[in-house]
Write a protein that binds this ligand. Sequence first.
Ligand SMILES: Cc1ncc(C[n+]2csc(CCOP(=O)(O)OP(=O)(O)O)c2C)c(N)n1
Ligand SMILES: [Mg+2]
Length: 302
Amino acid sequence: MLTTDIKRVEPERILLETDLEKKTAMMQYLAQECRVDVMDIRHDKGTGHWGGAASAAELLVALYFHVLDVKPDEPRWPDRDRLVISKGHASCMIYTVLAKRGYFPVAELNTFRQLNSRLQGHPCMNKVPGVEMSTGALGHGMSVTLGMALAARVQNKKYWSYVLIGDGDLNEGETWEGIMSAAKFKPERFVALVDYNKVQLDGPSEEIMPLDPLPEKFTAFGWNVAPKIFNGHQVSDIIESMDWIQQQDQWPVVVIYNTHKGRGVSFMEDNYKWHGAPVDDGAYVKSRPELLDTLSELKVPL
Ligand SMILES: Cc1ncc(C[n+]2csc(CCOP(=O)(O)OP(=O)(O)O)c2C)c(N)n1
Ligand SMILES: [Mg+2]
């Protein structure tokens, strides 16, 4: 269940904040607050994926609260920016961020993965407002988002098309077909963001299917690759990367973020065993205080 024992940042205040430094601090706090909520929901329901959810917290918050031009009360607004989250197993975090952004009531998070809830283990675009594409089977996000970017070109629209992929996605052949096709068609405002935590479902990427040198691979495939790898857990770093993206005119663009699977709980971080294992009472009482400690250390103008 969502709890009342933590200080919460008012999402509306983040959206209205004009001082970027303050807004950044609020988003950093919100990302950690979302981790606490995801941990609570996962413990309560005994299901869901922690690793990939915790990995993407800051990226999702920065995107929905700072980058994307969207209208939660009109989710299918034709000119909205698109974000396809190809790692659909991070659903609990996706729903938590979408709810706080105003797509549906936060209380609905308490129905996560229950019978008749629309918030199922993998997000469904036909049921959940704000979900741009049903994902969960890895490997589709790149090519689907490429299609959205090409549709913008055909329709003379100026929206941005972002795809968020994990390293597991990059093991899929269809992802590389999309990467090749994107380099051929070069659609404007098409951006891939890599949540590069280097761990997958049952082991490190290095053992399952090595991806390095990843930036060089994208360059060789004809992409405009960000000049450095950014810190995907530092909202200020994410904003810097987004500023860089805005200045580009060579498409497609890719930014790689260093992240940690399971970020926020020492014994779960970088450990594939916490990819999707249920959080039992023992793990919960050890992990929640760690999340709360970090939350209380974050300086936020509440
Ligand atoms: C096509 C396909 N194969 C296998 C799976 C099972 N699966 C779910 S998540 C996952 C690993 C994902 O790893 P990654 O993309 O690195 O995500 P993250 O580390 O961010 O959780 C796998 C293999 C799947 N969902 N789809
Ligand atoms: Mg991974």
